[in-house]
Write a protein that binds this ligand. Structure first.
Ligand SMILES: [Zn+2]
Length: 289
C-alpha cells in the first residue's frame, strides 16, 4: 500500500528517470516485512502517564535495550549490513561532503554506474523503502516527519559549503545563525554536522542500527529515522574544535563553548533533556527550522 502511494507520487509530478522507473517495476512484486513486532506507542490511551514516564526513562538511558524494542529479524539484519556497506562505498565514491547533499535518484545512478559501489539489490531497495515509509512511532520514535519524499532533492544553489568542516548549510537563516555563533562564541566553535539529505540520514540511521545489532528502537533513540531529521530542513550541530566525538555526547554540555551558547540563548534545543519524542538529549543541536 505504501509502495503504491510512493509510485503514485512519483508519477504525479516528480521526474522519473528510466533507471528509477525500471527498478520501481522490479520492486512492485514483493514487500519485505521489516518490523515483525509492531508496537504502537499509544499516547492517547488511558495509560498516558505511564507511557510518558516510560518514554522519558528510555530517552535518558538511550543506549540500553528494552524488552519492547523492535528488532530486525536475522535475514533483514543481513540486508541491513549489505545496505550500509553499499552506502559507505557510495559515500567514498562521491566524497564525505558531497554525500551530505546526495539525493536518492542520484545515489541509484552512481551505484549502478560505478562497479566499486554496485547497484542496490531488490532486497536492499525494498528495505530502504520500508524504513523510510514505516511509521516511526511503531518502534518508539515520536518526532515529526519533516521530509516525506524519499526522492526529495536539495538544490545546491540554496546551500553553501562551510570551509574545513565537510558540511554544508542552507543559505539564509541557518547560515546567518552560524555566522553569528562564530562571532559571538569564537573560533573554538565549529560546524560538526550541517545539511543531511535523505540518503545521508538513511546511512547514519542504518549504520547506527548495525551497531545496535538490528535494534531499530535503540537506534532511533540516538538518531532521527530517515525523513525525521531537521538537518534536512535547516538545523545543524556545533561542537568545540578538537573535541572530536565527545561533541556528540553529554560531555559537550560541560564545555565553555556550550555554556556560552546557552547563555547567549542559542540553545533552543530541539531535543531537550526530558523531551517526549523518544530522543536523547542533544545539547549540540542548533534549532533553526
Ligand atoms: Zn543535530
Amino acid at each position: 500500500m505504501k509502495r503504491r502511494m510512493f509510485i503514485k507520487k512519483l508519477s504525479a509530478g516528480a521526474v522519473v528517470s528510466g533507471g528509477l522507473a525500471a527498478w520501481l517495476d522490479i520492486l512492485a512484486s514483493e514487500r519485505v516485512f521489516v518490523f515483525p513486532e509492531k508496537r504502537s506507542f499509544e499516547l492517547l490511551g488511558p495509560n498516558l502517564d505511564e507511557h510518558i514516564k516510560d518514554g522519558l526513562h528510555k530517552t535518558k538511558n538511550f543506549n540500553r535495550t528494552y524488552n519492547d524494542d523492535v528488532l530486525l529479524n536475522p535475514e533483514l539484519y543481513g540486508v541491513l549490513q549489505l545496505t550500509v556497506q553499499r552506502l559507505a562505498r557510495l559515500q567514498r565514491l562521491v566524497g564525505y561532503a558531497n554525500f551530505n547533499l546526495l539525493g536518492f535518484d542520484d545515489s541509484m545512478k552512481y551505484a549502478t554506474s560505478y562497479s566499486r559501489v554496485g547497484a542496490f539489490t531488490k532486497q536492499e531497495l525494498d528495505f530502504i523503502e520500508s524504513v523510510f515509509f514505516e511509521d516511526a512511532s511503531h518502534y518508539g520514535f515520536l518526532g515529526n516527519k519533516v521530509i516525506t519524499k524519499l526522492t526529495s532533492n536539495i538544490s545546491s544553489r540554496e546551500t553553501i559549503k562551510i570551509p574545513n568542516t565537510g558540511h554544508y548549510l542552507f543559505k539564509g537563516q541557518p547560515l546567518q545563525t552560524y555566522n553569528k555563533i562564530k562571532k559571538d562564541v569564537g573560533d573554538n566553535v565549529t560546524l560538526t554536522s550541517g545539511i543531511r539529505g535523505v540518503v545521508k540520514q538513511i546511512h547514519l540511521f542504518l549504520a547506527k542500527a548495525v551497531k545496535t545489532e538490528g535494534n531499530i528502537s535503540q537506534a532511533s533513540r540516538s538518531l532521527a529515522p530517515p525523513g525525521h531529521s531537521y538537518h534536512g530542513v535547516g538545523d545543524f550541530d556545533v561542537g568545540k574544535v578538537g573535541f572530536g566525538a565527545n561533541n556528540f555526547t553529554a560531555a559537550f554540555s560541560t564545555t565553555k563553548e556550550y555554556k556560552k551558547l546557552r547563555d547567549l540563548g542559542y540553545l533552543l534545543i530541539r531535543y531537550t533533556e526530558n523531551n517526549p519524542y523518544g530522543v536523547r538529549f542533544e545539547p549540540w543541536h542548533i534549532k533553526v527550522a
